[in-house]
Design a protein around this ligand. Sequence first.
Ligand SMILES: NC(=O)c1ccc[n+]([C@@H]2O[C@H](COP(=O)([O-])OP(=O)(O)OC[C@H]3O[C@@H](n4cnc5c(N)ncnc54)[C@H](O)[C@@H]3O)[C@@H](O)[C@H]2O)c1
Length: 324
Amino acid sequence: MVHYPGRVSIIGAGTLGGTIAYSLIMEDLAKEILLVDMSSNIVQGQVLDLAEASEGTNIVLRAGTFKEAGQSSLVIITADVEPYDDEERNEWLTRSRRLFLGIMSSMSPIHDDILILVASEPADLYVHVLADYFPRLSPKRVFGIGTTMATFRFQTWLTELTDTNINDIKDAYCIGTQSDPIIVWSCAKVQDSPVTFIPLLVSQKPALDTIVSNHRYHLIRKRKGRAWYGVAATVTRLIKEFLNLQKKGKGRASDQVTGTSNQRTWVLSVYVPHLEAYMSWPVKLNSQGIKEIIHLPLSTDELEKINKVKELNQYDFQTSAQLL
Ligand SMILES: NC(=O)c1ccc[n+]([C@@H]2O[C@H](COP(=O)([O-])OP(=O)(O)OC[C@H]3O[C@@H](n4cnc5c(N)ncnc54)[C@H](O)[C@@H]3O)[C@@H](O)[C@H]2O)c1
């Protein structure tokens, strides 16, 4: 097995995959970008289109195979199967799982230093299936895009109502799942004051669920189908952080393992060891993937919601295997 540092492979070269590739080119974030898709027409069309965007850069952009993707530094998966109109959820989950099993077996063998980022939905199921399929791969190297964007909506709401900026907000996260994020309210702070002590925030809180829980996404969907710029930008920022950490790690061995202080917190779909479950959770990164799962002092009510998400995700994982 050969590892090609600087190679980023995107599996699923549709709208989201193409937008991510475009954004990586504009930010000059890879040596080589491979587009992999089951439709050769889509791949060829995207490669021709994106080649014009990569003119004047040193980035090699081309169609790739699943096997080549398995030898990349980073694989981003955006392939998916959409549910049919009258399809039962367990049938759709089974088709989704089958899709991933096909992708993983085509990619195998993968090298041990690979990072795999899932952007397609349902991310928690996909991350779980991936981790099971590649037991030799550290679970810290497999993660989904998670609820980072919902968290950003929550934090923006706090800054707008309190006339503060994002650096004044601490421990305010949305965790759980993308389709049903849980707002962590009990430990959130604005300028070191708990949000529970700020009357304006408490009185406006009933509106927050709608704002955070994909409301913006549904507004966009209604008007133009799918939304992809926000997630493409999030993926690009995430990759930028990994590259920065890898560069720093080359200079100082300790950084490679521990990352640096003042790092951004991401809310990614990951394996959460103390819950023995997969869901979106705040994490810090290092060059090898997830460095640290952030401890959250949660309220009883929030813990109950988390247990529900855990059960639902486990149920999805089990039912998706039954019809395989
Ligand atoms: N996390 C988010 O906020 C967010 C935002 C936008 C999209 N998404 C998710 O990203 C996924 C893709 O969205 P899109 O708009 O790009 O869809 P799309 O239909 O434009 O692209 C999907 C691509 O995957 C390809 N594909 C399907 N099966 C494949 C396989 N086995 N191997 C390789 N390629 C395969 C298809 O040919 C298609 O080109 C969806 O699951 C969507 O829900 C998530």
